[in-house]
Design a protein around this ligand. Structure first.
Ligand code: SF4
Length: 360
């Protein structure tokens, strides 16, 4: 039973919890039921999260996986993804640099370990990796694994089967390549590569024996059916890890004026991903601070993982706040020990946030 929380099996069963129970008995959610989650009455949010939590708890108990990412190459990207500050069509003021050195990437990995991340994500901007970028990544990954035993995820753009095999051979565990949105909405957010290109990369990753990490961004003008389409596509591809981002409408990008989300809509999306992909790792990714706002902790009743630290070109909240949130929920962090084995531990002791202390 989860520390500090009741056994979910003893909870009263409402309509969303009933669906969760049926899913645990082997039924799958249908697309129209997934759309219903996204349009559920707002007053049902706690019951919806209770159903999502029933699934999350069944597969992941009270565990939270932390991810730390390094923007290993920033900007200078020839693609036109409308949400991205690193695209050639973005005027956002961001740092622009070529791939970091191996020493800098190792330093980032040490920081990831210090923050109790289980996974270190090496992310580069660009359509696909150059030979020199591949050399850097394939050379540094064995060093990181030897020194820190971290789980490594590489996000390097479109990959051929040969490139995917090279990553596997050097010790990369997982590749991130997001579908980003539903197939029918894809051309609205990018024209320089296709949805099919992205699926092909994921297939190459899977065929190389790597784990697939793929998710998307909510709030880019899509309809509910597009989010559902993406959730089912990820299920059908068999991805192991699903990052759910919420659009941060960065000034200077084509989507800078989109403000479609609020905390309840964002929670409904997380719950929907859990119902469609009950046993997959679901991560609350970029945009959580600005779209979930004060309801961030509720997101962890559906999702079982978060990024700690900063995002690619935007700031995240302080790691101490994340630890406090996890600790206040009575949840625990999964880390890897020096032998690379997963162990569960409590978040580091954090000082109470002075803003949360009410004086009489
Ligand atoms: S998301 Fe990736 S491929 Fe698209 S513009 Fe940004 S860096 Fe380039």
């Amino acid at each position: 039973m989860i520390k500090g929380l009741v056994d979910t099996d003893s909870l009263p069963v409402g309509r969303w919890s009933q669906r969760a129970v049926r899913i645990l008995a082997g039924e799958s959610l249908l697309p129209h039921e997934a759309e219903e989650i996204l349009s559920a009455p707002r007053e049902e949010i706690l019951e919806l999260l209770s159903g999502a939590y029933r699934l999350r708890h069944h597969y992941f108990s009270n565990r939270v996986q932390l991810y730390f990412l390094v923007n290993a190459k920033s900007g200078i990207c020839p693609e036109d993804c409308h949400y991205c500050s690193q695209s050639k069509i973005s005027d956002a003021e961001i740092p622009k640099y070529k791939i970091l050195s191996e020493e800098e990437l190792l330093e980032g990995a040490r920081r990831a370990a210090q923050l109790q991340s289980r996974t270190y994500c090496i992310v580069i901007s660009g359509r696909s990796p150059t030979p020199q970028e591949m050399r850097t990544v394939t050379s540094v990954v064995p060093r990181i694994k030897k020194e820190l035993g971290l789980h490594i995820c590489a996000c390097l753009g479109l990959l051929t089967p040969d490139l995917a095999r090279e990553l596997k051979a050097c010790g990369v565990d997982r590749v991130n390549h997001n579908l980003n949105t539903g197939e029918d909405h894809y051309e609205e957010i990018c024209t320089t590569h296709t949805y099919a290109d992205r699926v092909e990369t994921l297939q190459a990753v899977r065929d190389a024996g790597l784990e697939m990490c793929s998710g998307g961004i909510i709030g880019m003008g899509e309809k509910a059916e597009h989010i559902v389409q993406m959730a089912f596509a990820l299920r059908d591809l068999g991805v192991q890890s699903i990052p759910v981002n919420f659009l941060n409408p960065i000034e200077g990008t084509p989507l800078e004026t989109r403000h479609d989300l609020d905390p309840i809509r964002s929670l409904q999306a997380l719950a929907m991903f859990r119902f469609v992909n009950p046993d997959r790792e679901i991560r609350i990714a970029g945009g959580r601070e600005i779209q979930l706002r004060s309801l961030q902790p509720l997101g962890l009743f559906a999702a079982n993982s978060i990024f700690v630290g900063d995002y690619l070109t935007t700031k995240g909240q302080l790691p101490s706040r994340d630890y406090q949130m996890i600790s206040d929920l009575g949840f625990q962090i999964v880390v890897r020990n020096e032998q690379g084995e997963e162990i569960v531990c409590d978040p580091p002791e954090v000082q109470a946030d002075p803003l949360a202390i009410v004086s009489n």
